[in-house]
Design a protein around this ligand. Structure first.
Ligand SMILES: C[S@@+](CC[C@H](N)C(=O)[O-])C[C@H]1O[C@@H](n2cnc3c(N)ncnc32)[C@H](O)[C@@H]1O
Length: 320
């Protein structure tokens, strides 16, 4: 019986074959360096480039430690049996190109940590730059009534609310899962008193939910879907397989949803109010042309801004 038990324990994982089943404090522990053997190669073979970063993220998560506190060498770190099982399960998922953010279930965005959920858009690092730019422009305002179109996990609004106590935010979002997640993130961050999210799909002639149809705002922000439909073939599996395409698909020129936001802004910004958009790098000149040709006397193109890679990505528009 004892022999059988010992045998089945040995079979639970290849990596446990050198286990010490004795009574000292390291019983049932395996060095992380040993558990790691072969995984960097498997990740590479699956097409994942930054294997070191991926492994460190997963190890930190399994050990419930902050990324920065884990040594790059992983020396002296140990997994117990359930941690080892998690580690292997998460790495298998990563080899199937599940995004790290979904494996870990949360992700840092600027100074806040957001819960993530399958099918809800994962906030990107460039969006942090975008939000910093908007915050810089509004830090001296007394009160800001903000509307966000397509809030996803709530990243942009919640980071603004976290930095600027004078902001109150309303968001609309077409995905039910994202609406629920954004509200949950607001609660986790204790920002729920200044954040409301409505499950609504902005459409032509139905830009806002009925209850907000007469509301006006000082500022509208949006990171609308802006990937051109033809570019989908070049996206990574993490995006195509695991993200909701409604969060990405901007139609043939990438501006299908942005055009709806322009109409919404005409109706729901106070005169002098601003619309800030994160878009693709081809879009700012196109937006400038659209403003001049179609919105003269209603919306005015103020400026565009580059991201850290010097790509023209962000635009500021004013309601006349
Ligand atoms: C690129 S994601 C951005 C999410 C979030 N703002 C961020 O930066 O992480 C676009 C979001 O807009 C939402 N969305 C797309 N079309 C929409 C529409 N017509 N009305 C409302 N939300 C929409 C998507 O569901 C998605 O959550």
């Amino acid at each position: 019986m004892l022999r059988q038990l010992t045998r089945s324990l040995r079979l639970t994982s290849r990596a446990f074959t050198h286990f010490n089943y004795g009574t000292d404090s390291t019983a049932g522990q395996i060095p992380v360096t040993q558990a790691l053997v072969g995984w960097a190669e498997k990740l590479k073979a699956a097409g994942i480039e930054d294997t070191k970063f991926n492994l460190k993220c997963i190890i930190s998560h399994v050990l419930n430690k902050k990324f920065n506190t884990v040594p790059d060498s992983f020396e002296k770190l140990q997994f117990n049996s359930s941690q080892l099982a998690d580690f292997e399960r998460f790495l298998e998922a990563r080899c199937a190109r599940m995004p790290l953010q979904h494996i870990i279930g949360e992700w840092d965005f600027m100074d806040i940590t957001l819960k993530t959920a399958p099918t809800v858009f994962i906030p990107r690092p460039e969006t942090e730059e975008f939000v910093r730019l908007v915050i810089e422009n509004y830090k001296n305002e007394k009160h800001v009534n903000l509307l966000e179109v397509g809030c996803g996990s709530g990243a942009m609004s919640l980071a603004m609310l976290h930095s600027l106590p004078q902001v109150v935010s309303t968001a609309i979002e077409r995905s039910k899962a994202a609406t629920v997640l954004a509200a949950e993130n607001a609660k986790l961050l204790n920002l729920q008193d200044r954040f409301t999210v409505h499950n609504h799909t902005m459409e032509e002639d139905k830009y806002m939910p009925e209850e907000l149809k007469d509301k006006k705002y000082d500022l509208i922000i949006s990171n609308p879907p802006y990937v051109k439909t033809e570019e989908f073939q070049y996206l990574h599996p993490e995006v195509v397989v695991y993200e909701n395409l409604n969060a990405l698909d901007g139609g043939s020129d990438g501006l299908r949803v942005a055009r709806l936001v322009f109409e919404l802004a005409c109706r729901h910004l106070h005169p002098g109010g601003k619309l800030w958009l994160e878009l693709g790098n081809e879009h700012p000149p196109m937006v400038k042309t659209i403003m001049n040709l179609k919105y003269e006397g209603r919306l005015k193109f103020i400026a565009s801004y580059n991201d850290q890679y010097k790509r023209e990505r962000f635009v500021q528009i004013e309601k006349v």
